[in-house]
Design a protein around this ligand. Structure first.
Ligand SMILES: [Zn+2]
Length: 321
């Protein structure tokens, strides 16, 4: 394991506040806001599975009661619009309270998400039992600080080094996208079909292959043109992904043995690249809007410029010296 990473270890310790909120609600401080940040909460969601009972503890938007995931992660656009973000499942099911604010939906994508979540909520049957939470990383289903620490290195589905994600110079939403992407958990056609959602299984960008995360982001001819542009722009820091490589191997190999600053920068370009390919795919599926690979590349560039102006960090020209 090597040297203890104190940042990651303190994050692991902070998650216990979120755990106690569930398992030890009589602690005097429960009910006040625990000292955790957005990433702590994301990691907590990725680390827990909630089973609904009476719906009185689980948060409608923020607890992982929907097939082990939280509605806020599955339906981020709806979550953004929702007026009440901290209410329990029970409170939100009453009078369809969860739909408050969602009338502001503006796109077909959002409406499709709404219909899907609507169907899920119709299948909820609350009982007299208390809601249950399970910690995903231990055999007994209980939180431990060690497993919370290790979880940051070893995702449930893989062993990728997530600290490269959390430390990349991107916004939180990009980081979480990358965390899901590298575990192939974004909602591409293969995952939708697994969940029983009817959809077109063929990649809309090339119309050639089954749409999987590996294909869409790395292997698709469209994606490869975007990576080609990024390769030129970064003076060879980024490569066109190897044929047949999987997301996890790609992520790990590309970031191996780089000096820290370069690694952070490269991780950011990889995340912004993947994110914008995914966005271009969604625009084509939901808004019938077709972006060229050059336009997608320009989006990556301008997002990275915005980020750098706002928060500092390396510039790509740094590499060309
Ligand atoms: Zn394709």
């Amino acid at each position: 394991m090597g040297i203890l990473d104190l940042d990651l270890f303190s994050r692991a310790l902070r998650l216990r506040w979120l755990w106690y909120q569930w398992t030890d609600p009589d602690r005097p401080w429960v009910g006040t806001e625990p000292p955790v940040d957005k990433i702590d909460k994301q990691l907590f969601r990725a680390s827990t599975t909630v089973t609904l009972g009476d719906g009185q503890i689980a948060s409608f938007w923020q607890s992982t009661w929907l097939d082990g995931k939280a509605p806020m992660d599955l339906y981020p656009n709806l979550f953004r619009l929702a007026w009440r973000k901290n209410k329990t499942v029970k409170e939100e099911l009453e009078n369809l309270n969860w739909t408050r604010g969602l009338w502001r939906m503006g796109s077909v994508d959002e409406m499709a998400q709404f219909v899907e979540l609507w169907d899920y909520t119709l299948n909820i049957h609350l009982t007299d039992q208390a809601d249950q939470i399970k910690w995903n990383w231990t055999a007994n289903g209980e939180y431990s600080s060690k497993s919370a620490y290790l979880a940051q290195f070893h995702g449930s589905y893989s062993t990728f080094k997530t600290e490269h994600i959390w430390k990349a110079e991107t916004e939180v939403k990009h980081k979480f996208f990358a965390w899901l992407l590298i575990q192939s958990r974004i909602l591409t056609a293969d995952n939708l079909l697994l969940r029983g959602c009817p959809c077109n299984p063929v990649c809309i960008m090339c119309d050639q292959e089954m749409e999987t995360a590996d294909h869409l982001i790395l292997q698709c001819s469209f994606a490869r043109q975007v990576w080609q542009e990024l390769a030129v722009w970064t003076g060879g820091l980024i490569y066109i992904p190897e044929a047949g490589v999987h997301l996890l191997d790609w992520w790990e190999k590309e970031l191996k043995q780089l000096p820290k600053k370069i690694r952070k920068l490269k991780a950011s370009v990889m995340i912004y690249g993947a994110w914008n390919i995914w966005k271009a795919r969604n625009r084509r599926v939901f808004d019938h809007q077709v972006l060229t690979h050059v336009e997608v590349f320009q989006e990556v560039k301008s997002e990275m410029d915005c980020r750098r102006l706002a928060c500092g960090g390396l510039e790509i020209s740094f590499l060309n010296v």
